[in-house]
Design a binder for this molecule. Structure first.
Ligand SMILES: *Cc1c(COP(=O)(O)O)cnc(C)c1O
Length: 396
């Protein structure tokens, strides 16, 4: 049988390559950080990691991971409800709730699983999910696994959301679902307005804080801090795989009964392994650090402001953003690829995105800022953009 499938796959792969959509993986030979080494021997400055707080290789987290390994061993070999729960898992869940000002937290192997397992246990065909059009793939998959009626509103469009909420009055329970920060534009969901509409039309609110937790808000508490609505959002999902150290692990945090029912019924929680103790221990150390100081947020916010200002001054077309994502608009797909390639030659590692990842004619380079960047890194990046931008006629 394989012969036939093989032929089919070879054709599919050739099509992907021909369309210029084949994803090649660059191999990094150093730890994840601002200045990395890649397998071709070059050293480059990394502006495309989700390492917003520069914690991926932070000595305190590395130390805590080693300590967790020594005190609690390597793996759990179990799901949580059989024998996969250690004191470390419970402590980490409590720390996450404290950080977000929520009632309880449930850990998952990844946020992909948190989003995949959140809807089906809570909602049935009688209910409605009202989802932003630019929500992450894992939310879309989670919605697919649930029988609730689906409504989709245009990205951050509050008039459209209101329309959908009116239509959804026919259903028993309604939930509005949004990413906190949309990863391609870097825009923040208007949570204050979403929250108001939710009250007006009797809906729950869920926000996926993967790109916003640790990042937005003065002390990095995420969108509820930014919009001063702490404790008002019913469900928050997030990852330990981005700002919070970048290893692995996801969570859902929010109302007590919601978390309790997820522990009973959420399939990725019930049927998938516990996160390793070393990851839990490093997570605890990370939240302890966040509780003491927001200096990493201060640095990240400064870096982001500085970079965006310099890029605008250099003449680049930058999407407005309150996050650590800076979309440098180029519009043309080929230009985005040529520019990213030339920037790599200059020692700047960034990725150009184009259709279908972003809308047609909206190609861009996404720059992700980090507290791990020093001012000299930012200056080098702006200088490289300016040099290459002039060569390619993007700026004068
Ligand atoms: C990265 C991301 C996820 C997935 O998180 P993992 O923990 O890596 O599975 C989910 N939602 C959003 C919005 C993300 O950006």
């Amino acid at each position: 049988m394989y012969g036939k499938l093989q032929e089919h796959l070879q054709k599919e792969l050739a099509d992907i390559r021909e369309a210029g959509l084949y994803k090649n993986e660059r191999i990094i030979t150093s730890p994840q950080k601002a200045d990395i080494s890649v397998s071709t021997g070059e050293k480059v400055l990394n502006f495309c990691a989700n390492n917003y707080l520069g914690l991926s290789n932070h000595p305190k987290l590395v130390e805590a991971a080693k300590q967790g390994l020594d005190t609690h061993g390597y793996g759990m070999s179990s799901v949580r409800f059989i024998c996969g729960t250690q004191d470390l898992h419970k402590t980490l869940e409590a720390k996450i709730a404290e950080f977000f000002g929520t009632e309880d937290t449930i850990l998952y192997a990844a946020c992909f699983d948190a989003n995949g397992g959140v809807f089906e246990p809570l909602l049935t065909a009688e209910d409605a999910i009202i989802s932003d059009s630019l929500n992450h793939a894992s939310i879309i998959d989670g919605v697919r696994l649930c029988k609730a009626q689906r409504y989709r509103y245009n990205n951050a469009d509050m008039a459209d959301l209101e329309e959908k909420l009116k239509e959804a009055q026919a259903q028993r329970f309604r939930i509005i679902v949004t990413d906190g920060v949309f990863s391609m534009d870097g825009n923040v969901a208007p949570m204050d307005k979403i929250n108001e509409l939710a009250k007006k039309y009797d809906a729950l609110v869920m926000v996926d804080e993967c790109h916003s937790a640790g990042v937005v808000g003065k002390t990095g508490r995420g969108v509820t801090e930014l919009f001063d609505i702490r404790g008002e959002i019913d469900i928050i999902t997030g990852t330990l795989g981005k700002a919070f150290g970048g290893a692995i692990g996801g969570f859902t945090t929010g109302r007590k009964e919601i978390i309790e029912i997820l522990r009973q019924r959420s399939r990725p929680y019930l049927f998938s392994n516990s996160i390793p103790p070393l990851v839990a221990n490093a997570g605890i150390a990370m939240f302890d650090m966040m509780a003491k100081t927001s200096e990493l947020q201060d640095k990240l916010h400064w870096n982001t402001g500085y970079f965006m200002e310099k890029m605008k001054a250099a003449g680049f077309d930058i999407k407005p953003s309150k996050s650590a994502i800076c979309a440098v608009m180029l519009y043309d797909a080929k230009l985005s690829q040529d520019m990213a390639a030339k920037l790599l030659d200059e020692g700047i590692y960034v990725i150009g995105f184009y259709y279908p990842v972003v809308p047609k004619g909206q190609a861009r380079i996404r720059v992700q800022l980090s507290a791990g960047h020093e001012k000299e890194h930012l200056d080098k990046c702006v200088a490289a953009f300016t040099k290459v931008g002039k060569e390619l006629g993007v700026v004068k």
